[in-house]
Design a protein around this ligand. Structure first.
Ligand code: ADP
Length: 389
């Protein structure tokens, strides 16, 4: 029988979940507002039934409580079947983990030791793991890392120009969004092998945004670095920033580390620049010039990184747009690709408007693709593979 796999993405205040039987999605949903105003939304892809209701405080106090509240709904969907394995999105695999990992007590201990590398995400990911171990004690638990896809970066793209001891202790350019990039690569390998074999840049443009330079299916560079703050500006994160700005905030402005962290993670990016919203749809529909400027900066940074990645790759054959903005925003794709004839890139406006998969103009030396990403499916595949070992 097809294995039943639950995929969990546990964040600071939410758990997103997808339940699969083999490759079929049985249901999908999320608990949001953990610890504050917990709310459950869920949709069965089998019966079409939906749940959309507030949870009481106790049910939504912790990840463990939320999973317990969810259990009867999962069991109702499964009938006599049970969950064989749970696949978890875990942001950081550190230096050691370049592949998905079967979670044991010992592995969990090692993953906890990586909390200092991702203090805002790793503890919540691991809270989800512990909750799932308690809720499904017989199921295999698997950690799939956002950093794993990037672990073979060449040294120059892995290091900062700091004394060596920092590199040795793990201060490196890890890169994130690896599960998304891996999914796009597998899509290319299966359906467009000639593109897979070439020099590819993937732009994952969502609330979080990054770009990845890929050759022969391997990441050789990412715009994200030690944390998911670096590179492109995002919904609320700043993207590339002179470290001198952080020193200025700490010393001259007298801000605490926590205040700086809040500023850079939660109040910068599109939200900070526009003063209006972190949401690209809202900004695109706004007449306010600050919204237009925030979009202009977003596009400017993408184009800058694209040029850098083309140089690192020694040329470019394919660009893939993905993520909420990359998949849906016709004007952002157009602005990013505008006037790139010098690079040999031209998009077809009609194809772009029609949201086609291949939006390159005839004769464009560079193929421009729009491919929806699916990180949950990638976690499912990894989990199923370990289930069969
Ligand atoms: P996350 O990183 O949280 O998974 P998503 O990949 O869902 O985020 O992307 C969310 C972003 O995509 C938001 O800024 C949203 O406004 C944007 N987006 C979604 N649809 C559109 C659209 N049609 N036009 C412009 N932006 C869009």
């Amino acid at each position: 029988m097809a294995p039943v796999i639950l995929v969990l993405n546990s964040g600071s205040s939410s758990i997103k979940f997808t339940l699969y039987a083999g490759t079929q999605v049985l249901l999908r949903g999320q608990v949001s507002g953990l610890g504050a105003e917990p709310h459950l939304t869920l949709k069965s892809h089998v019966s079409g039934e939906a749940v959309d209701r507030a949870l009481n405080r106790e049910e939504g106090e912790t990840h463990a409580a939320a999973l317990s509240a969810l259990l009867p709904l999962l069991e109702a969907e499964l009938g006599r079947r049970h969950v064989d394995a749970v696949g978890h999105r875990v942001v950081h695999g550190g230096i050691t983990y370049s592949a998905p990992l079967r979670i044991t007590e010992n592995a969990l201990y090692k993953l906890r030791s990586l909390i200092p590398l991702a203090p805002l995400h790793q503890p919540h990911n691991l809270a989800g793991v512990e909750a799932a171990r308690a809720a499904f004690p017989k199921a295999l638990q698997v950690a799939c890392f956002d950093t794993a896809f990037h672990r073979k970066h060449p040294w120059v793209n892995d290091t900062f120009a700091l004394p060596r001891s920092y590199y040795d202790e793990g201060v490196r350019r890890y890169g994130f969004h690896g599960l998304s990039y891996e999914f796009i690569c597998s899509h290319l390998r299966e359906r467009m092998p000639e593109a897979y074999a070439g020099r590819v840049v993937v732009a994952h443009l969502g609330n979080g945004a990054s770009m990845c330079a890929i050759r022969d299916g391997q990441s050789i560079g990412s715009t994200m670095g030690f944390t998911a703050l670096d590179g492109l500006p995002m919904g609320t994160r700043c993207g590339q920033l002179d470290p001198g700005v952080v020193l200025y905030l700490l010393t001259t402005k007298g801000m605490t580390a926590e205040e700086v962290s809040d500023l850079l993670y939660k109040n910068a990016g599109l939200k900070g620049l526009s003063g209006i919203s972190q949401d690209m749809r809202t900004l695109s529909e706004s007449d306010d010039p600050r919204a237009a400027e925030a979009i202009e900066y977003f596009v400017f940074r993408i184009r800058r990184e694209l040029g850098a990645m083309a140089a690192v790759l020694g040329g470019l054959d394919t660009i893939v747009f993905t993520g909420g903005i990359g998949e849906n925003s016709i004007p952002i794709r157009e602005k990013v690709c505008d006037d790139l004839d010098w690079l040999g890139l031209k998009i077809d406006r009609d194809r772009n408007e029609a949201q086609e998969q291949d939006i390159s103009a005839p004769g464009s030396a560079i193929r421009v693709l729009v491919i929806p990403t699916n990180e949950e499916e990638m976690i499912r595949r990894h989990t199923e593979a370990l289930l069969q070992v």
